[in-house]
Design a protein around this ligand. Structure first.
Ligand code: NAG
Ligand code: NAG
Ligand code: NAG
Ligand code: NAG
Length: 368
């Protein structure tokens, strides 16, 4: 009896709990299927980020230099340019990070200060806004100003931080926005109030110029996973813990001579939070995998960039996996990210579904 009770208990523990990344109520499977590379044709779009609303089957593609967002039905071609008062066509701002939440139907647009990036982190004084947009009502819910949090970090550390990019939402609907130069994270409540989630008293710098800590952030269940580019390590936070204490590690199986470097990082719904697409600006899309809820991670391989631009973002669109190309050097081949961008109209998106599926299935461990 005792034996069988213990045996039962052991069985109970071993029974798969609900998938960790769930609920993903709309993995994209009900949307019109997509296959193959495609171009998005729109004057001066220059996407640094994109995401896919897998509830209403619409792509949201960032217009970096105009600070607009193109909302597009890739199936019918129907499209609408979203603009935001005071932000769009204001050269102060770049819309880079774009993140959809399949749980709440919210999509976030990071309107960050372009100069922080253009200046190579030597001018960190500009404003930053985070926009929350509701895909059910097609309305802006709030625009949150990051300035009070930057001021608070300066009060605590004496350091002026800046360089906002990607965001990720937790299960309670809070959203976390990364500060690239100064290694900090801002937490914004579902009603738009920002506060410090994490900061670093002595962020990494060389000759007083702060290094690129993190560009991307992703959430899987209660976890936040951030690639720290200056260290080549993952930081993992559990948002359920009262204190933001990261677990820090180097992924396994990193090829020699290659170090972790991610712009966007994203967990495609089709892999239920076990796979991360890391947009490596210099090389293409690196694929990481975890079989233990991101306690450890493993490098699976790299899909080289097939375009002539910079592969800043990757993620799932309907039932496919894609990356985009940003053309940062159209104004001046020697100056990165210069306003107002160039006069390009055609922006390519590359299908990497079969390559990623191949890497994941060759790893032999496709789920938790
Ligand atoms: C995208 O546009 C480029 C430039 O015109 C063209 O070479 C390429 O074939 C197009 N790609 C697709 C998938 O249509
Ligand atoms: C960007 O702004 C230009 C005007 O300066 C406009 O012609 C173009 O359509 C805009 N594109 C986007 C994606 O906002
Ligand atoms: C551009 O943004 C800055 C910073 O928020 C603001 O001070 C300025 O008024 C804006 N310009 C316009 C034309 O909206
Ligand atoms: C874009 O077109 C405008 C208007 O023709 C021109 O003044 C500008 O120099 C062009 N920019 C680039 C980067 O070619």
């Amino acid at each position: 009896m005792l034996f069988s009770l213990l045996f039962l208990a052991a069985l109970t523990v071993a029974t798969p709990s609900p998938r960790y990344g769930s609920p993903y109520p709309h993995g994209g499977s009900h949307c019109p299927p997509i296959k193959g590379d495609f171009n998005v044709t729109y004057f001066r779009l220059y996407p640094e980020g994109f995401d896919y609303d897998s509830i209403h089957c619409k792509a949201y593609i960032g217009g970096n230099f105009n600070s607009t967002v193109l909302k597009k039905d890739l199936h019918t071609g129907e499209q609408e340019l979203l603009t935001f008062p005071g932000i769009s066509f204001n050269e102060t701002y770049h819309i880079s990070g774009i993140e959809f939440s399949p749980r709440t139907g919210a999509i976030y647009f990071s309107a960050n200060n372009g100069i922080a990036f253009q200046s190579g982190a030597t001018d960190l004084t500009g404003p930053n806004k985070l926009i929350k947009y509701d895909t059910f009502t097609n309305r802006v819910v709030w625009i949150s100003d990051m300035a009070p949090v930057i001021a608070e970090i300066k009060r605590l550390t004496g350091i002026q931080v800046n360089g906002f990019q990607d965001v990720a939402e937790d299960l309670a609907g809070n959203v976390y926005s990364v500060i690239t130069f100064g290694r900090a994270i801002v937490k914004i409540t579902p009603d738009g109030k920002p506060s410090i989630y994490y900061y670093t008293p002595h962020p990494p710098s060389v000759n007083g110029v702060m290094l690129t800590s993190w560009n991307g952030i992703m959430s899987v269940g209660d976890l936040l996973i951030l690639p720290e580019n200056s260290l080549g390590k993952f930081y993992v936070f559990n948002t359920k813990n009262g204190k933001a204490t990261p677990k820090i590690y180097t992924p396994k199986e990193m090829p020699s001579g290659y170090s972790l470097s991610c712009d966007r990082i994203n967990p495609p719904a089709m892999f239920d939070g076990t796979v991360a697409l890391c947009s490596d600006d210099a090389h293409g899309v690196a694929v990481y995998h975890s079989t233990d809820k991101w306690n450890t991670a493993e490098y699976l391989g790299l899909i080289p960039n097939r375009g002539t631009g910079i592969p800043t973002a990757s993620g799932q669109i309907s039932n496919g996996l894609y990356y985009s190309n940003e053309f940062f050097f159209d104004v001046d081949p020697n100056v990165f990210d210069l306003q107002p961008g160039g006069n390009r109209t055609i922006f390519p998106f590359y299908d990497i579904t079969s390559e990623v599926r191949g890497l994941v299935s060759r790893s032999g461990r496709s789920s938790w």
